[in-house]
Design a binder for this molecule. Structure first.
Ligand code: B12
Length: 215
């Protein structure tokens, strides 16, 4: 018999938004672990769709339907993740401004990073997709955040992470923030090259990284 996490994965692969919502509601009702639902269900599903797209077995509309199903299900889980039911009680571990860099509209990975950071007790201010350096800094200023977290999924938009750090240097505010980066084409090497304070491959690792940087 399939576990609820496998059912979630299948719902994402099938791009079935209604089922993704229903299963997320069941996770809450049955008090299953929402973090595991994200990791073993939603992420596994979108990864499978991504692999099928790359191999030519799935098409862009399939990916978009999967992404929509993922969003709808994650929206349901957001509240319990924010309540820290995955990793213990909520505590204020620090403020983070999170966004996808200029020119890039991918937000699934960013949203997962945000959900797990929130679940781990950080206050996350998600400024959305296609965000310029000024947007990151404006929000961080407004809320007093010490970490700027920038996501990029395209080789063409990775350079926007570099531009973000260059902007901080130009404005003489580089030392006021820790900058962390992530997303598909990025790497630890890229992080070092552009002078980021950290890079993480997955949302789990992003949590550990932020704990280290603010700890
Ligand atoms: C879903 C998807 C889409 C959806 C996005 C929906 C959405 N709301 O996000 C849609 C269909 C809209 C889309 C559009 C496009 N896409 Co697209 N997309 C994907 C796909 C299949 C999955 C991405 C994803 O969500 N992965 C799952 C998440 C969970 O993983 P992740 O994002 O990597 O995030 C994890 C880590 O990287 C990390 N992380 C992420 N962000 C951050 C941030 C920080 C600070 C940290 C620490 C960690 C971290 O934690 C996350 C969780 O563990 C990938 C293929 C792939 N396998 O990656 C292509 C892919 C990224 N897309 C690609 C392309 C080319 C495009 C388009 C240009 C297509 C087109 N011709 O229009 C457009 C881009 C438009 C734009 N300007 O941005 C290419 C990029 C190629 C390249 N080398 O640049 C890929 C790799 C597919 C391919 N091989 O061709 N896409």
């Amino acid at each position: 018999m399939n576990t609820i996490f496998e059912e979630i994965k299948d719902a994402i692969v099938d791009g079935d938004e209604d089922l993704a919502v229903e299963l997320a509601e069941r996770v809450i009702a049955e008090k299953a672990d929402p973090v595991q639902a994200v990791q073993l269900g939603f992420i596994k599903g979108i990864e499978e769709v991504g692999a099928s797209w790359i191999s030519g077995e799935a098409f862009l509309p399939d990916v978009m339907m999967a992404a929509d199903a993922m969003k709808a299900g994650m929206d349901v889980l957001e509240e319990v993740l924010a309540a820290g039911e995955g990793e213990g009680a909520y505590e204020d571990k620090g403020k983070i401004v999170l966004g996808t860099v200029a020119g890039d509209i991918h937000d699934i990975g960013k949203n997962i990073v945000g959900a797990l950071l929130t679940s781990a007790g950080f206050k996350v201010y998600d400024i959305g997709i296609d965000q310029k350096p000024e947007d990151f800094v404006k929000k961080a200023d407004e809320v007093g955040a010490k970490i700027l977290a920038a996501s990029s999924l395209l080789t063409t938009t990775m350079k926007s992470q570099k531009v973000l750090i260059e902007y901080l240097v130009e404005q003489n505010i580089r030392d006021q923030y820790k900058v962390i980066i992530g997303g598909g084409p990025t790497s630890a090497k890229w992080g070092e090259e552009i002078g980021a304070d950290g890079w993480a491959e997955t949302a789990d690792e992003a949590v550990l990284l932020c704990k280290k940087l603010l700890g």
